[in-house]
Design a protein around this ligand. Structure first.
Ligand SMILES: N[C@@H](CCC(=O)N[C@@H](CS)C(=O)NCC(=O)O)C(=O)O
Length: 210
């Protein structure tokens, strides 16, 4: 049995944030597939034993269970000393970007990609709203990345690993990525790190027909 177990699935960019950190750090880890699309996360078994919030990812480290990707990333920094802050100011910056990511970047993009790219809902007022929110967030990040290689400081941190969580998926979202060249260069930079792997190569996929 591996030292770390990660409850998740391939389509989950939130799980990918943790999987990417585990892989980049070369840790001994194994993915545990959660049949999210068939409601496993909504069942009592999962909520009573794995995560009362009914969410993936969950990291199991020697029986200690952690949820919320930002908390998991921070815990892995504590365990490994990798991808963390070099000062207290940097630590606050990292948390600022992770919180921004969880609220304004990941949540809208993940929902847009789920509806348009996986469920194939077609265009609806909801997808239009979500896309506009994503475009707003992408615009902020594009500007922030002007003249810098990473989100905080001059090296990759867990802020980057959190924010790229949904940026490697191939499914359609109706967003032209070439409008955001700084973001494209940044995602390529992260993908060039030793140990990087695509989410679909790290965890089993669960979407029907995938
Ligand atoms: N802020 C959480 C979000 C986790 C999350 O929403 N995970 C999704 C799958 S990608 C989930 O389990 N959703 C279940 C639900 O919302 O009921 C994190 O970063 O871990």
């Amino acid at each position: 049995m591996a030292e770390y177990a990660l409850f998740g699935m391939g389509e989950s960019g939130n799980a990918y944030k943790a999987a990417l950190m585990l892989n980049l750090c070369g840790l001994d880890w194994e993915p545990i597939f959660v049949d999210f699309f068939n409601g496993e996360g909504r069942g009592d078994l999962f909520r009573d034993n794995i995560n009362e919030l009914g969410e993936i990812p969950v990291l199991d480290h020697s029986g200690k269970k952690l949820s919320q990707s930002g908390v998991i990333l921070h815990y892995l920094v504590e365990q490994t000393g990798r991808f963390g802050a070099a000062s207290e100011d940097e630590a606050r910056e990292i948390w600022r970007w992770i919180l921004f990511d969880n609220h304004k970047f990941t949540s809208y993009l993940a929902t847009l990609r789920f509806m348009v790219g996986l469920q194939k809902t077609g265009e609806t007022p909801v997808t239009d709203f979500l896309r506009n929110r994503v475009l707003g967030a992408f615009g902020l990040v594009e500007k922030h990345l002007s003249g810098r290689d990473f989100i905080v400081g001059d090296r990759p941190t867990i802020a980057d690993l959190s924010m790229v969580g949904y940026l490697y998926f191939p499914e359609e979202t109706g967003i032209e990525r070439s409008r955001f060249p700084n973001m494209q260069a940044w995602t390529r930079r992260i993908a060039g790190l030793p140990g990087w792997a695509h989410p679909y190569d790290l965890m089993r996929r669960g979407f029907p027909g995938a």
